[in-house]
Write a protein that binds this ligand. Structure first.
Ligand code: SF4
Length: 466
């Protein structure tokens, strides 16, 4: 069962215009984000040392990113020593081909899934479906999205755009085991989902998960969640395949002391996560017999090379920035054209995918730069700073393309080059007086062309050799 892909999505303003006109969607979003926002503020206010924790989280992430190769190699060594197998995937195609092969090798045609942003990013469900393998989401909100043939619109609550009545309709239509008299009471909906999923958990031989963290010093991988579906997927099947963005590695177990405090308070406004599953390789007679860890790059090393943009890799996907963003609250998650909506999506997607498409070039402008996202971010990502940086990249690109195109055209022909040089010399006076483009010229000196070109000087001084 697949979801629609993000390919060919319209630019943010176009998609947002439609979303803003949908009053029901705006009502659902305003109610849900407002509730989570208030609860998070209370959970954070309980800690006197919140700012210190935030600074520690930022520094641990920055240190790890600065020594990423070292920690990833250490992680590989420890996972392998504990009986797991580590695979490296450069991009989405490589990761999907690898995971498809791993599932095929088990002889199975169905997998259960724990909610995972990385697998959404690479379009794993669609790739598996093409290979005849059905992937079943087991997180309640992901299940709603999948059964509704929809796309997720929030990092933590992927079905935030749906209200209870809409969810009941989806269950009635798509879930054969749902009772005839199903109401939109939350506990009745949860019971129906539980019944539907239980069969899947018990039958599944292969599970696919993401990872919140992986510890380099021990090779331990962690998933935190609230429903217990993750625990079922991580322990019952014979084969577990975990797909993890390379930025999720942490150096030591001690680092969890910080992250297991800042993540639940920022995401679900809880003091600790109801379920924290941690495993190291495989154990005889306990849990999956085969464990594969897929380390996914998919543009991350390129992001790491950008001095300002790299802070986006600190993200722990708590979704606090979405819940405070006035633009997200009105436009909703689908307008961002990627599995990463809201402020983090506006800086992460254009960096991971590049700014070549309409939607990616529009995302850095999908913000009022109010700074609320930076205020709440538990790893202190200065999202407005990255947005401004990416806006400059988007603006620079067409101008650069135009200038380089003109230069290439002139350089391909000696006649055109000579004419261009003559025109430049003749325009010296004009260039001196040039005030525009103002924003560019305010901080730069436009070089004035020389009185004569090198060719002209050579001709005048070396008559016999021209
Ligand atoms: S950018 Fe910060 S606030 Fe937003 S999801 Fe990532 S960690 Fe959370």
């Amino acid at each position: 069962m697949t979801m629609p892909t993000y390919l060919g999505m319209p630019s943010f303003p176009e998609a947002a215009r439609k979303a803003v006109a949908d009053t029901r969607l705006r009502g659902n979003l305003a109610h849900a984000t407002g509730t989570i926002r208030d609860r998070r503020a209370k959970a954070v206010a309980e800690l006197d040392d919140w700012l210190e924790l935030r600074e520690s989280a930022k520094q641990i992430k920055d240190h790890t990113l600065a020594h990423l190769g070292h920690y990833l190699r250490l992680l590989e060594e420890k996972v392998t020593a504990a009986g797991g197998t580590v695979h490296w995937a450069r991009d989405a195609d490589e990761a999907n081909a690898l995971i498809t092969r791993l599932v095929r090798e088990t002889g199975e045609t169905e997998v259960v899934k724990v909610k995972s942003m990385a697998t959404q990013e690479i379009g794993l469900n669609e790739a598996l479906a093409k290979a005849g393998i059905a992937a079943y989401e087991t997180d309640l909100a992901e299940l709603i999205v999948q059964l509704g043939h929809d796309r997720p619109s929030h990092i933590l609550v992927p079905a935030i755009h749906k209200n209870r009545a809409e969810i009941r309709e989806i269950f009635r239509r798509e879930m054969p085991s749902a009772p005839e008299d199903l109401t939109d009471d939350p506990s009745a909906l949860a019971d129906a989902a539980r019944l539907h999923l239980r069969e899947r958990f018990l039958a599944a031989k292969v599970a696919v998960s993401g990872a919140n963290f992986a510890i380099a010093e021990t090779g331990t991988v962690l998933v935190v969640e609230s429903e217990g579906n993750g625990r079922m997927c991580l322990t019952l099947p014979e084969t577990l395949i975990t797909v993890m963005g390379i930025e999720k590695v942490l150096p030591t177990v001690r680092d969890l002391e910080v992250f297991l405090q800042v993540l639940p308070r920022s995401s679900t406004a809880e003091r600790m996560n109801p379920y924290t599953s941690a495993w190291t390789g495989v154990y005889e007679g306990d849990g999956p017999r085969n464990f594969h860890l897929v380390l996914l790059d998919n543009g991350r090393t390129r992001v790491r090379d950008d001095e300002i943009g790299r802070q986006a890799l600190r993200c722990i996907r708590c979704s606090a920035c979405l819940n405070v963003c006035p633009v997200y609250a009105r436009a909703g998650g689908h307008a961002y054209g990627s599995p990463y909506p809201g402020p983090i999506g506006a800086i992460l997607s254009p960096q991971l995918r590049g700014i070549g498409s309409e939607v990616d070039a529009s995302l850095p402008f999908a913000s009022s730069l109010c700074g609320a996202c930076y205020e709440v971010c538990p790893v202190a990502i200065d999202i407005p700073e990255v947005l401004v940086h990416l806006r400059a990249e988007v603006v620079k690109k067409p101008v650069e393309r135009m200038v380089m195109g003109a230069a290439g055209w002139a350089l391909r022909s000696p006649v055109r080059l000579k004419a261009a040089q003559r025109a430049a010399s003749a325009g010296r006076g004009f260039a001196r007086r040039l005030r525009y483009p103002r924003a560019w010229a305010d901080t730069r000196d436009l070089p004035v062309p020389p009185v004569q070109s090198f060719r002209a000087w050579w001709r005048n001084t070396h008559d016999d050799r021209t």
